[in-house]
Ligand binder design. Structure first.
Ligand code: DX5
Ligand code: ZN
Length: 234
């Protein structure tokens, strides 16, 4: 398992979302992303219940693990993450991020992650208030702020989530916690500066990386060109 400490905190990092990759070429797409400077690969798991879409599951993660050495940042958009946590860890996930709106008791899922020895991340949908996360901040290693309704790649970035992102970042700073703040949905070179200015440092980008006309390396470089404002006052 890769340690979550390998994800840098002092600069912008990029986790390309495999959802936008060519599914007939997952191995080479993953390798290409790694060579292009990806810090992790973001794996969007959807169950057709928590979100109205089905993507891929355990067998794909397990197969890719044998071919790709990137940090596996697994985003579980599923109603019952507790039940599937072990399978994803066994398949090679390095982090399990699940939703505060899931049908399981959040503390139970966190207990399960502790038991499995896998770091947990917690995500929230655009309509969910920031303070829903606050009771769990001490128990997680990452917060994932959604800037689209989860379920599909290629949607438009919701700039109205920026105040909430800043609110979460402020609370993390106030409590002096070592938490990564990841932002997911419509993140591209044009929207990344806002994300970074509001406290996000780990950028998920599907379309903007895997479908970049200029190629993945240039796209990742543009996304990372925001480091200077990482420590701005919120
Ligand atoms: C949406 C997923 C995202 C999505 C991002 O439910 O969680 O990770 O794939 O795709 P883009 O970057 O295309 O918005
Ligand atoms: Zn995602």
């Amino acid at each position: 398992m890769h340690a979550i400490s390998q994800i840098a905190r002092d600069r912008v990092t990029v986790a390309p979302s495999l959802l936008a990759a060519d599914f007939t070429q997952l191995e080479s797409q993953c390798r290409e992303a790694a060579a292009a400077g990806a810090d992790a690969i973001h794996l969007d798991v959807m169950d057709g219940h928590f979100v109205p879409n089905i993507s891929f599951g355990v067998p794909v993660v397990k197969s890719l693990r044998k071919k790709c050495d990137l940090f596996f940042d697994t985003h579980l958009m599923i109603s019952h993450p507790k039940q599937y946590a072990k399978a994803f860890v066994d398949a090679g996930s390095d982090l399990l991020t699940f939703h505060v709106e899931c049908d399981d008791v959040v503390d139970d899922v966190l207990d399960e992650c502790d038991k499995l020895g896998v770091p947990a991340g917690l995500s929230l949908k655009p309509g969910t208030p920031a303070d829903t996360l606050f009771p769990y901040l001490d128990r997680v290693k990452l917060i994932l702020v959604m800037t689209v309704e989860p379920g599909f790649g290629g949607q438009s970035f919701m700039a109205d989530q920026m105040p909430k992102l800043a609110q979460i970042k402020r609370e993390i700073k106030r409590r002096n916690l070592d938490l990564l703040v990841e932002v997911d949905g419509g993140v591209a070179p044009a929207t990344a500066p806002q994300v970074v200015a509001h406290g996000g440092s780990m950028l998920v980008a599907g379309t903007a990386v895997f479908r970049a006309p200029e190629g993945m390396a240039k796209a990742i470089e543009s996304l990372k060109a925001n480091t200077a404002i990482l420590d701005c006052d919120l």
